[in-house]
Design a protein around this ligand. Structure first.
Ligand code: RB5
Length: 157
């Protein structure tokens, strides 16, 4: 599995710890920034990771900011992205099983290192359950089709 990871200044330190965790677990990733704790704007990072995942250059993405919320809102503007902001393991798992989330948004000012690692671990291993959940996720896609001009994005599916 190939992961695209990114953070703003508030998520920078936690991103470095998650990178270490991914390396220890032999999970391939690419770090899209930021590269220091200097103040930056979270949408600038969210769009990089969201586009890379939407273009299927990466299997999934992880975004970290102070709360995870700004990253989540911004990433979900990109067609094909289903970003979920998770603060504990249960929602992280269900976001995969029910919603087929392809981006995990984390809040560095909310969850500590140990819990974050558990959230990431659970989210990475959980699988989309399809069936009735697919019908619902397809309906999300229909909403996207209604409001986004997909042809202008260059995304194919
Ligand atoms: C930055 O101060 C903070 O607003 C940002 O990291 C994030 O929490 C936004 O949702």
């Amino acid at each position: 599995m190939k992961i695209a990871i990114g953070a703003d200044h508030a998520g920078y330190t936690l991103k470095e710890k998650i990178k270490k965790f991914l390396s220890q677990n032999k999970i391939e990733y690419q770090d899209f920034g930021c590269y220091s704790a200097e103040s930056t704007d979270y949408p600038d990072w969210a769009i990089k990771i969201a586009e890379a995942v939407a273009k299927k250059e990466f299997d999934r993405g992880i975004l970290i900011c102070g709360t995870g919320i700004g990253m989540c809102i911004a990433a979900n503007k990109v067609p094909g992205i289903r970003a979920a902001s998770c603060y504990e393991v249960f929602t992280a798992r269900l976001s995969r099983e029910h919603n087929d989330s392809n981006i995990l948004a984390l809040g560095a000012r909310i969850t500590g290192e140990d819990l974050t690692k558990k959230i990431v671990e659970e989210w990475l291993k959980a699988k989309f359950k399809g069936n009735r959940h697919k019908i619902r996720v397809d309906k999300i896609r229909e909403i996207e089709e209604k409001y986004f001009k997909r042809e202008k994005t260059g995304l194919k599916d």
